[in-house]
Ligand binder design. Structure first.
Ligand SMILES: [Zn+2]
Length: 436
């Protein structure tokens, strides 16, 4: 792939992230994309009739999505699964979090996952999420996506004159007290929550009596951008882990037909441990895999036999070496941006890769002509984790953990190399078609 081709992939990534401030928006956009490529949506509450070499997808609660293309020979197929997550760490507005302080209307938030809180201060923050609205459907309510698409709320810092030690001690934020998004001035005689709910209904064209609930989060409104002397880097929010979702769906839609059943499984709730209805620790992926096989084969041991032939690549971002903090890394196993896709290894199984997974990683990389690097965390620092070990445990499937190196993971604005997204896509595409 030429440099200009690889940058085209990165531009598409930025465009995808700019349009996907929440897991619900990301899934809605991928649903549109799959439908446009003739993938058929299946519903968990209905029976499925499937055909070989055909694309389908299933969405669970708007936040998690599994898409697959069945193999050419379904009685003897294997699964090639790419797993990733749709959620990103940040803040979530509390359900009755609006409050009045000295005439200001502010929204109190919970922390979601492990964001670098200081990076959310003094930033132009928009608000996005989903609103549950009473309607005439059988269920009685439906969900409506909302995105302010403009700077709406803010977490202003104290001036340095009132916080003299901020540069020596770092910005300390008390999670219960300091996470109040400034939304406006409050003039009406309404309570803060009534005032906020009324504003939300007016903004979203929903009748006040029909508002049943919401999930809202603030996000950095600044669009993604290339930077560097030769535009060799990019900065954008939510690289962790929308970069992996973007590569996975692009790989699925461009992979060649295979005897393998090609699957991408994109879960919510990784940042809070994956144990949920829509998370990787739940039943979603196993349910879908079982139903795919059952559509072609009613042998009781079909799932166990197929799983024994299958592989899952857990795709999540990796920590790039930081030139001002080289002592934070294992000098033998650090990653550089723009120098290839990373395999993540941890003997305590915080990453699921073992030597067999390493061999497969190398074989696929050679086939796809993708440069590679290998990451091991410093032995005296605790290692993060991702959905790889969760899926390996839940499903009994051979699993490896891969990712693109990035800086400032969990910042409101993250950064990485401009050329690595193409490596990610090419490796995944080759992984999905094992016989090519
Ligand atoms: Zn992640």
């Amino acid at each position: 792939m030429t440099a200009s081709n690889s940058l085209a992939t990165t531009r598409q990534l930025i465009e995808f992230i700019d349009a996907s401030p929440t897991p619900w928006h990301a899934v809605a956009r991928m649903r549109q994309h799959l439908t446009a490529q003739n993938y058929t949506e299946l519903y968990e509450a209905q029976s499925w009739q499937l055909h070989p070499n055909t694309g389908y997808f299933v969405v669970r609660e708007e936040a998690s999505l599994i898409a697959f293309c069945t193999g050419g020979e379904m009685t003897n197929t294997q699964f090639r699964i790419i797993g990733a997550h749709t959620d990103s760490p940040g803040l979530r507005v509390k359900t009755s979090g609006a409050q009045e302080n000295g005439g200001y209307l502010r929204l109190n938030c919970e922390v979601y996952g492990g964001p670098i809180l200081a990076t959310f201060t003094d930033r132009d923050l928009a608000l996005a999420g989903r609103i549950l609205v009473r309607d005439g459907s059988a269920q009685g309510f439906s969900s409506k996506l909302y995105d302010s698409k403009k700077a709406l709320v803010r977490l202003p810092n104290l001036p340095i004159h009132l916080n003299r030690s901020v540069n020596d001690d770092g910005l300390r934020m008390q999670k219960h007290k300091d996470l109040n998004l400034l939304l406006g001035s409050l003039h009406e005689p309404l309570s803060a929550n009534d005032s906020f709910n009324q504003w939300l209904c007016e903004t979203t064209a929903v009748k006040r009596k029909n508002l049943l609930g919401f999930e809202l989060l603030p996000y950095d409104i600044q669009p993604g951008a290339f930077f560097g002397a030769h535009d060799e880097f990019i900065a954008v929010r939510q690289l962790d882990n929308l970069a992996s979702c973007h590569a996975a769906i692009a790989a699925l839609l461009s992979a060649t037909d295979s005897t393998a059943t090609q699957v991408i499984a994109l879960f919510d709730h990784e940042e809070v441990g994956s144990a949920s209805y829509t998370g990787a620790g739940g039943s979603f992926l196993q349910d879908v895999l079982q139903r795919i096989l059952y559509a072609f084969n009613d042998e009781q041991d079909a799932l166990a036999k197929t799983m024994a032939r299958s592989w899952l690549a857990s795709a999540d971002m990796a920590h790039a070496w930081h030139p001002s903090h080289s002592d934070c890394y294992d000098g033998l196993h650090h990653l550089k941006v723009n120098q290839g896709l990373a395999l993540k290894i941890n003997s305590s199984q915080r990453y699921a890769t073992n030597a067999i997974g390493e061999a497969l990683f190398m074989q696929v990389a050679e086939k796809a002509n993708v440069p590679v690097q290998k990451y091991v965390h410093r032995a005296d620092l605790s290692c993060g984790s991702t959905i790889g070990p969760v899926c390996a445990t839940r499903l009994g499937i051979r699993t490896l953990d891969i990712g693109v190196p990035m800086w400032a993971m969990h910042s409101a604005r993250e950064s990485c190399g401009a050329h690595d997204q193409a490596y990610y896509l090419n490796w995944m595409r080759a992984f999905l078609s094992p016989e090519q």
